[in-house]
Design a binder for this molecule. Structure first.
Ligand code: ZN
Length: 353
């Protein structure tokens, strides 16, 4: 790209891509930094430059549309299937030579460069639409892009965890409406993954089986929370869901990350993904805002205990009503749910496709 960032084209049919980014050079923003929150021993990335990001630009100025006569965008070509490129305002970026992660040295802990990588995954060259409405082939190509980027980013010595996600809807902070997702690669294991990892490792030590495998068995036996399944995947409302509409989609065969999925499982994903998201939109007959998050095992640890799964959470509890993370959830991390998971599953199953 014009400022030295990398861009990758993923096509369903092999073709040459050689469009040149002819925008005028602009220096890249200052890297973000990490500060340690000593109260919780958690790293906080401070990326002050992100305040200047584009905010909900109209279609005529969309930076994720293909380049056309009137508009030079982040993607130099005039059409594409799926494109991944480095984020222009990254929260985590390639560090200086010789960078190592700082240790907790109490009050003396230094501010540290936020090493890692942030990428944007553009799902389609069409400005309108959403993941659920993409074709099976298009979602399969996105899956291949996710797998390839996870594989490549996992090789970086300063990356401990690769997180792939999509925010949809202005309610959850989307700043660009063009269908897209993101990849964050962190130089540490995130707090949520640390706690999931500890639970999964305890379970594995006790029962010698991956926790997620037994959770899936329980869902298959209980039936009441299952929303959809096929030969390779199962979608269910988790037993202890945190959000009014929370859905987990997990491969039936345990794998630590997207890279390790079998080709057959990757092929079977688009159909169940489309069904689950279409059911979610059908609950209130409105476009649901959601966060779709791929939980993958960290790059170097927990790979036989922490299983890949896709977690979709929506803060919408009724048309015109959002679930806000209030006192108990925000301050204590203790969730209170006013909708039984079995009831949410029933509602999702009842949606007419
Ligand atoms: Zn667009």
């Amino acid at each position: 790209m014009f400022d030295g960032r990398e861009i990758f084209y993923y096509d369903s049919v092999a073709r040459e891509r050689n469009a040149i980014d002819t925008r005028e050079f602009e220096p890249r923003p200052e890297p973000a930094v990490l500060r340690l929150d000593l109260l919780t021993n958690e790293w906080i990335a401070v990326a002050a430059h992100r305040q200047r990001r584009a905010f909900l630009p109209p279609k005529e100025l969309c930076p994720l549309c293909p380049t056309s006569d009137g508009l030079k965008t982040e993607i130099a070509d005039s059409d594409f299937d799926v494109v991944v490129f480095e984020n222009r305002s990254p929260s985590f970026a390639e560090p200086a030579e010789g960078w190592t992660m700082a240790d907790n040295e109490g009050i003396e802990t230094e501010i540290h460069q936020a090493a890692g990588r942030c990428e944007v995954v553009v799902f389609s060259d069409k400005h309108e639409g959403s993941f659920a409405n993409l074709s099976v082939q298009q979602i399969r190509t996105i899956m291949e892009a996710w797998r390839d980027r996870t594989r490549e980013i996992s090789k970086l010595p300063y990356v401990e965890q690769v997180f792939i996600f999509e925010n949809r809807g202005e309610e959850v902070g989307v700043t660009l409406n063009h269908p897209h997702g993101q990849i964050y690669a962190y130089p540490f294991i995130t707090p949520r993954t640390q706690s999931m990892l500890a639970a999964a490792q305890d379970y594995y030590d006790k029962y010698k089986r991956p926790l997620l495998t037994d959770i899936i068995d329980r869902e298959i036996n209980d039936e009441v929370r299952v929303i959809a399944q096929n030969e390779h995947w199962i979608a269910y409302v988790p037993f202890a869901a945190r959000y009014p509409y929370e859905i987990h989609v997990a491969p039936k065969e345990f794998v630590p990350d997207l890279v390790e999925l079998s080709a057959a499982a990757a092929d079977a994903f688009p159909e169940i993904a489309k069904e689950v998201l279409t059911r979610l939109d059908g609950v209130f007959g409105i476009t649901m805002a959601y966060i779709a998050a791929w939980h993958q095992a960290p790059v170097r640890v927990g790979r036989d205990s922490l299983g890949l799964h896709w977690q979709i959470t929506s803060v919408r509890r009724a048309p015109g009503k959002l679930k806000y993370l209030a006192g108990s959830e925000s301050a204590m991390g203790a969730f209170i749910m006013d909708l039984a998971p079995e009831q949410a599953a029933q509602t999702l199953r009842d949606v007419q496709l």
